[in-house]
Design a protein around this ligand. Structure first.
Ligand code: C2E
Ligand code: CA
Ligand code: CA
Length: 637
């Protein structure tokens, strides 16, 4: 058979392609993709079999072969054309002696060049289409010098396509008689495998490297840290992301994570890497840190970028990060230790009120478990009477009258000291401990207010108690409030419950129902941190509420920034328009007080008047309190 085929190629010329050659190569090509080299030295003479001997005999019989040969050639041509790979056959004189349509199609070389048999011209045209023509020219040169070498490399095109080539030199009795090229377009296949590869190493939502890739990159980066340099591992966690996810839904939450990913990326240098560690946690690798100043600079950039907020659909979301940082080699020699210590530093940030960054200190390690143990000790805190309610007055700045005391919870931890509510309330929410804790706060605050009313002759003094999401949604909330009021004998109208917009918007129908019931029993409701939530204003008229508390962020810059004044003015007129009272929180300076009074906001709360005080201190303050004296000091300067 093989002898026959060679006769066909060399003797008959350009269109005579052997069916057997094609079959042989197509089979070899697909069989041997991964181990192409193995059969490269197979040539026709070595593969003689029964059929070839028979055909050789037939050739020698002269005329009789012609019709048979023609039939065979037609079949061979048809087979060649039906191949899904591009095939090109070149003889030993560098003349193209065979090709199929697929070849023309895939290589897009003018048919005239190919049919003219000019292999060199075809090569010149082909090579221009490749990504790196020089490289392929050098391969061809090598091939020319050593025709039996194996070409293992895929061919990359400028337009992004990828061909997998198969090449074999053909011999007849050790004489080179030509070469066969087969090309397979593997662009789609390659794309699919690249996609799979990419997806296994990247987070689908944010497109950032995932945990697996981060670990690899970290190992890699550690080997490259140059002398006199450090590598920083930053563990970033979003503060109260759950709140946004719960109140606005996962699709907004997801979009926020995508934007956060971009925001972090933009704050970094080109060689820095950010990866998604999971949930709302990200890890940032800072490979070249020469001094602490670098760390501070990058962190400041990240925090500044977050401060801009995130615009998603119709929402403007504000979210802050907390970041723990560990440095190589000071805080760990390997990736695992560095990540662990960065997370320990992060725990410390969370414990101290979030929205900040901290570099690991050896002492932190022992405190790293604090957050876990916090959860455990929170279970016993109520029983061990470690909670305290502090009180902060709300003052009518015109009359100087203290109208209300806001109850603010504190946890006096036996080892860690005073823990702010921002640290432990989210844990209490997650564990459900918030329910017994808040019932205790409610009872304590009502009892205290009743005591002040009676003993200090402050009969119209009210108390405000904060309610979180889970509390607000507990079944029989109104029943519990009524029972506490009954037990403490505080008249209903002296209790105010503060809920945030986010809490109110969690389940609008439920909120409407509960607020109506609370209104019916005479308890008042205020919307806390007003202006920072993500709700539409239209609900305000549908909810039975009595007051808006302007968030301290607006009050803080009141005297300095025009836009803050505009928002505060709008909130105040909105409240007045809806016949709601309005309280400004976080008033710290005389300037803020003056500005608020000009804007006709009279009820104020903040350090300017008093910090939150323990029950004993508050009692002393209320005892000494003389409305007329306060009044004078609050006059507009
Ligand atoms: P909030 O209800 O907005 O309470 C006001 C926070 O601002 C308090 O922080 C208070 O100490 C602080 N503050 C008051 N005046 C000023 C000021 O002039 N300047 C500044 N910078 N801050 C001022 P605190 O006590 O740490 O409470 C934080 C948050 O924890 C509260 O924010 C409230 O959302 C929550 N919280 C406190 N107690 C309870 C509670 O018993 N139950 C629930 N569910 N949440 C509570
Ligand atoms: Ca409050
Ligand atoms: Ca507030």
């Amino acid at each position: 058979m093989m002898i026959f085929m060679i006769g066909v190629i060399t003797g008959v010329g350009i269109q005579l392609i052997s069916l057997s050659i094609v079959n042989f190569f197509v089979t070899k090509f697909s069989e041997n993709q991964p181990k192409k080299q193995q059969n490269n030295n197979l040539n026709f003479t070595e593969s003689e079999g029964y059929l070839s001997i028979k055909l050789e005999k037939e050739i020698s019989e002269g005329q009789r072969i012609q019709p048979e040969l023609q039939k065979l050639l037609l079949l061979q041509k048809a087979t060649l054309e039906s191949a899904t790979d591009a095939i090109l056959i070149v003889d030993s004189l560098d003349k193209i002696v065979g090709f199929n349509k697929k070849f023309l199609e895939m290589w897009d070389i003018p048919e005239l060049i190919i049919t003219s048999g000019n292999y060199k011209q075809a090569l010149r045209t082909a090579i221009k289409k490749l990504d790196n023509p020089r490289h392929y020219l050098s391969i061809l040169r090598e091939l020319h010098e050593n025709p039996d070498i194996h070409i293992g490399e895929n061919i990359l095109f400028k337009d992004g396509r990828i061909f997998n080539p198969f090449y074999q030199q053909q011999y007849k009795y050790k004489e080179n008689i030509g070469q066969v090229w087969i090309f397979r377009d593997i662009t789609a296949e390659n794309l699919a495998s690249n996609t799979i590869n990419y997806q296994s190493l990247h987070d689908i939502l944010t497109n950032l490297p995932n945990r697996l890739l981060l670990k690899k990159l970290l190992i890699d980066a550690l080997t490259k840290v140059s002398h006199n340099h450090s590598l920083g591992v930053c563990f970033l966690d979003l503060d109260r992301f759950k709140k946004i996810n719960d109140s606005l839904g996962h699709s907004i939450g997801d979009k926020l994570l995508q934007m956060v990913a971009q925001c972090i990326k933009k704050s970094l240098r080109s060689d820095d890497i950010v990866a998604r560690w999971g949930g709302d946690e990200f890890i940032i690798l800072l490979p070249e840190i020469s001094e602490m100043y670098d760390i501070d600079l990058i962190q400041e950039r990240i925090f500044a970028a977050f401060k801009q907020g995130f615009k998603i659909d119709n929402y403007h979301l504000n979210i802050s990060p907390s970041i723990g940082i560990a440095l190589y080699p000071q805080h760990g020699e390997d990736g695992e230790t560095l990540i662990k210590n960065a997370e320990a530093a992060l725990s410390r940030v969370k414990l101290q009120g979030r929205n900040s960054y901290k570099v690991y200190q050896a002492a932190i390690n022992s405190q790293a478990t604090e957050l876990f143990s916090l959860e455990n000790s929170l279970y016993n805190a109520l029983e061990r009477q470690e909670f305290k309610v502090y009180y902060q007055p709300q003052v009518n700045s015109s009359t100087g009258e203290i109208t209300k005391m806001e109850a603010l919870l504190r946890w006096q931890h036996p080892e860690l000291g005073l823990i702010p509510p921002a640290t432990f309330i989210p844990i209490a929410e997650e564990t459900g401990l918030i329910l017994p804790i808040s019932e205790w706060v409610l009872k304590t605050a009502c009892l205290q207010n009743k005591a002040w009313q009676q003993t200090l002759n402050l009969s119209s003094l009210s108390v405000a108690v904060n309610f979180s999401g889970r509390q607000f949604q507990q079944p029989n909330l109104v029943g519990i409030v009524e029972q506490v009021l009954c037990e403490t004998k505080l008249a209903h109208r002296y209790l105010e419950l503060e809920i945030t917009e986010t809490v109110a918007m969690q389940d609008v129908e439920l909120t409407q129902k509960i607020l109506r019931q609370l209104d019916e029993i005479g308890v008042t409701i205020s919307i806390d941190d007003f202006g920072t939530g993500y709700s539409s204003l239209s609900y305000l008229k549908d909810f039975s509420i009595h007051a808006l508390k302007i968030d301290q962020s607006f009050v803080q810059d009141l005297a300095n920034k025009d836009n803050q004044t505009a928002i505060t003015t709008a909130i105040i007129s909105l409240a007045h328009g809806l016949n709601l009272s309005v309280v400004a929180e976080g008033v710290e300076t005389q300037e803020q007080l003056n500005a608020l009074r000009i804007l006709q906001c009279e009820i104020m709360q903040g350090y300017f008047f008093s910090h939150p005080l323990s029950a004993e201190e508050a009692t002393r303050m209320l005892t000494a309190y003389q409305p007329h004296r306060l009044k004078n000091s609050y006059l507009v300067a």
